[in-house]
Design a protein around this ligand. Structure first.
Ligand SMILES: [Zn+2]
Length: 415
């Protein structure tokens, strides 16, 4: 028997917490009504309550919440960052649902729309599969980039689109004037149009497109829980494959690549190379307008706060660096052996792996794929970031949300 829970207002958190406990004990699934939609969000019982719908990956955005908060704090005259922060949060609380399959939704074709500064999806039809360039830069870039993502997954992994089943690649560009973010919401890619005072030049970038769409692939492959180390691995998967797609497009080997996520995102004058640096986490930017890149590069600097779903955009720096180090030590194209090992390990590690467990599965998958000779390099890469591969070691570093009154549970959208 599956239960549907309706809860709102004062006490909603506790209602959900005890319902989640009961569901766990009874081994049933738990659903919540969110915006009129029935969504399975709380099967993970107690831990699910803290993140609410966020734990069922709740919409993925390019900019982590801490960066929008920092931008808002440092640039009080510009309200766009706070506005976008709130809207991003709202989107995440709604939760992702893969678009229901439509007829004809199996040809993996591209559709690009132009929202022309309005906050509307999908917006005006701009360029569909096979049509000539539109002459609109953002439209044509979104078209080309989704084409590269599609080709990469097809050629390198034999995968037919995001869901493995030919789902269309739908993109909206110029979403919202001064909308300072880009996101994947389970249905499509959406790129905001940064404002004049924004440090962002554009969000329409190949690795951003690859990062966001890979969240869709991850959801289908293993649905890694978006909290703590599992969530940081979900983020890291998107950074890894976003970068692999970039390296594939530019035919760069692991040693030629710059390993910077979001290269080209900043306007001139901003002191930064991108959003994140996979090889040297914590060094991507340092500017008075933005603050400093806060990513740790090693377990000794592990971020243990509650925010950002238990640090999913912080601690992803640790597995990111392990991948970059491993790929460089193997040499050649990182999307060959290293990419295939990571792709297989994601599924093998299941939906709630710790860093140690994921590392264990990369080693197992390296052997399974016939790359036993690369195991030593893998072990060295994990050692360099302070992660000990283990089949059974759980995530004990992230605060576990098991106290009923810590004031951090919100479930505003329920009801
Ligand atoms: Zn992401």
């Amino acid at each position: 028997m599956d239960d549907v829970i309706k809860a709102k207002g004062e006490g909603a958190d506790k209602t959900l917490l005890s319902a989640a406990d009961n569901a766990q004990e009874a081994g049933t699934k738990l659903y919540a009504q969110i915006d009129g939609n029935r969504q399975e969000v709380l099967a993970l019982a107690r831990t699910a309550v803290v993140g609410g719908p966020n734990l069922k990956p709740g919409g993925f955005s390019t900019l982590p919440p801490y960066l929008l908060e920092e931008l808002s704090r440092r640039n009080p005259a510009n309200s766009d960052f706070l506005k976008t922060y709130n809207k991003t949060k709202e989107m995440q609380e709604k939760g992702v649902m893969f678009r229901p399959r439509l007829s004809g939704d199996n040809d993996s074709s591209r559709e690009v729309y132009d929202a022309k500064g309005k906050e509307e999806q999908p917006g005006e039809r701009a360029r569909f599969e096979g049509e000539k360039p539109s002459g609109n830069k953002e439209v044509d870039q979104a078209y080309d980039y989704t084409g590269v993502v599609r080709e990469f997954y097809k050629k390198e992994f034999g995968r037919n689109s995001i869901d493995g089943n030919g789902m269309k690649f739908v993109s909206t560009v110029n979403y919202g004037d001064n909308y300072e973010n880009a996101f994947w919401d389970g249905k499509q890619m959406t790129y905001g149009r940064p404002g004049e005072d924004s440090p962002f030049k554009t969000f329409v970038l190949l690795d951003v497109c690859g990062h966001e769409i890979t969240h869709g692939v991850t959801e289908k492959e293993s649905d890694m829980k978006y909290y703590g180390q599992s969530g940081a691995l979900n983020e890291s998967m998107s950074d890894v494959f976003g970068e692999l797609i970039d390296q594939y497009a530019h035919k760069q080997t692991a040693n030629q690549a710059d390993w910077v996520v979001g290269n080209g995102i900043w306007k001139d004058g901003i002191k930064g190379r991108g959003l994140r640096d996979m090889l040297n986490p914590g060094t991507a930017y340092d500017d008075p307008k933005l603050g400093k890149d806060p990513q740790p590069a090693h377990m000794k600097d592990y971020w243990t706060g509650w925010g950002d779903n238990g640090g999913v955009h912080y601690n992803s720096g640790i597995p990111n660096r392990a991948f970059a180090l491993f790929a460089k030590s193997v040499g050649g194209y990182a999307f060959d052996d290293p990419g295939h090992i990571w792709f297989a390990a994601r599924k093998a590690a299941g939906n709630n792996p710790s860093f140690s467990q994921f590392a264990y599965h990369t080693i197992e998958q390296a052997k399974a794929l016939g790359h036993a000779d690369e195991v030593e390099k893998l072990q060295k890469a994990w050692e360099a970031v302070g992660v000990t591969p283990s089949k059974t070691t759980l995530d004990t570093r992230t605060p576990q949300p098991n106290l009923p009154d810590d004031g951090r549970r919100t479930f505003k959208k329920a009801g």
